[in-house]
Design a protein around this ligand. Structure first.
Ligand code: PMP
Length: 366
């Protein structure tokens, strides 16, 4: 498969997942034995995901991925709190699946306050000011998918509680779940939390939304009333099983060592990393001065080393609002690449990355 450094975009499917799961094909809503077997698989998976989130199974709702979880959380929380406030507080470097629904609500008359994340640090003074009024929703991600910055979610929780602004707290924890902090670190702070299966070795098209007990938000998908009426549609039992199996097998203890070795290699190869004060151990943003991102990633791809310019979701868009918000200069943004690792990243991958970066610098560098 070459040398893969794009785990923040997606990951290969967990090795312990075999074809056996396809034998459980029943509809979990059917009352015969095939349906019951599928229901069992679904509920065992929910139980295990909930345990890893340190939540109760009743607080976990399966979705088609974090994009759906994020949209459901943003629209749902604002609908639930519509009488209380039409103010949303978020930050300036959210994933598009939070930024876009927030922008749509803004166009419908909501007031949106976007807190600065310059240098990868959430401006908690500005947050405190923003919360000195009734607020419907605060949506702040756990770990930024482009810079690896970890935002201080416990501080956000404290500010919400201290202010009495009445907001629900949503956290996009896609890049943090199982990869940063002890299990349950983010869940314990939030009312709503989004996670995605394919970032940890599950299948694409599957995710979950944690909804704290007692928090009521309206569903986005109406129909057969699956997921206790919160998310209609026949459950993706295979995807959900694979999500749970990948989560059970995700070994984050190797991440820090892999990150440090990769960072050393990146620096030795002449790139300038953009390291936030508080960061995760699987995403490195770095620039090769004078070499455009596309030139570098295309060359690396031609020699079997795969990484991305920013996030896969924004690779077709012009400019980069996340790196601008971080405070990078235009030439640093134009030459920025994202290198992301996993416990699967081996020493031979890191050596291949370093030698490919060195040869790219010889070819294209000034
Ligand atoms: N949020 C973040 C931070 C992400 O990195 C991603 C994946 N690019 C998503 C949300 C969307 O997840 P999904 O692909 O499951 O819709």
């Amino acid at each position: 498969m070459g040398h893969y450094f794009d785990y923040a975009a997606t990951s290969p499917v967990c090795a312990s997942i075999g074809c056996d799961v396809f034998r459980t094909f029943g509809n979990p809503s059917s009352s015969h034995a095939e349906g019951a077997a599928a229901r069992r698989l679904l509920e065992e998976s929910r139980r295990d995901i909930a345990a890893l989130m340190c939540s109760d199974p009743e607080e976990v709702f399966f979705t088609s991925g974090a994009t759906e979880s994020n949209c459901t959380a943003v629209f749902g929380a604002c609908a639930a709190r519509a009488r209380h406030s039409k103010v949303i507080v978020t930050d300036d470097s959210e994933h598009p699946s939070v930024a876009a629904p927030v922008a749509q609500l803004e166009s419908r008359g909501y007031t949106v306050v976007r807190i600065s994340t310059r240098g990868g640090r959430l401006d908690t003074d500005a947050l405190r000011d923003a919360l000195s009024q009734p607020v419907a929703l605060v949506s702040i991600m756990a770990v930024n998918n482009e810079t690896g910055a970890v935002y201080d979610i416990p501080a956000v929780r404290r500010e919400i509680d201290r202010s009495g602004c009445g907001a629900l707290l949503h956290c996009d924890a896609v890049q943090g779940f199982l990869k940063y902090g002890r299990n349950g670190f983010f869940t314990s702070q939030c009312d709503l939390m989004s996670v995605s299966a394919h970032k940890i070795g599950g299948l694409k098209g599957c995710g979950a939304l944690f909804v704290r007990r007692g928090v009521r938000i309206p569903p986005m998908l109406l129909g057969g009333g699956q997921e206790k009426g919160f998310r209609s549609g026949t459950e993706n039992t295979v995807g959900i099983y694979c999500f749970a199996e990948a989560a059970r097998n995700f070994g984050s203890s190797a991440l820090k060592g892999v990150y440090e070795k990769t960072l050393d290699a990146v620096i030795r190869a002449g790139l300038s990393p953009h390291i936030p004060e508080s960061h995760c151990y699987h995403i490195i943003s770095a620039s090769m001065p004078g070499v455009r991102s596309e030139t570098l990633i295309n060359y690396l791809s031609s020699v079997g080393v795969y990484l991305s310019a920013s996030s896969a979701c924004s690779s077709k868009k012009k400019g980069n609002r996340v790196l601008e918000a971080f405070g990078l200069a235009p030439d640093e943004i134009n030459s920025a690449v994202r290198i992301s690792v996993s416990p699967l990243t081996g020493d031979e991958d890191i050596a291949a990355l370093e030698s490919a970066l060195l040869s790219a610098r010889e070819r294209f560098g000034k």
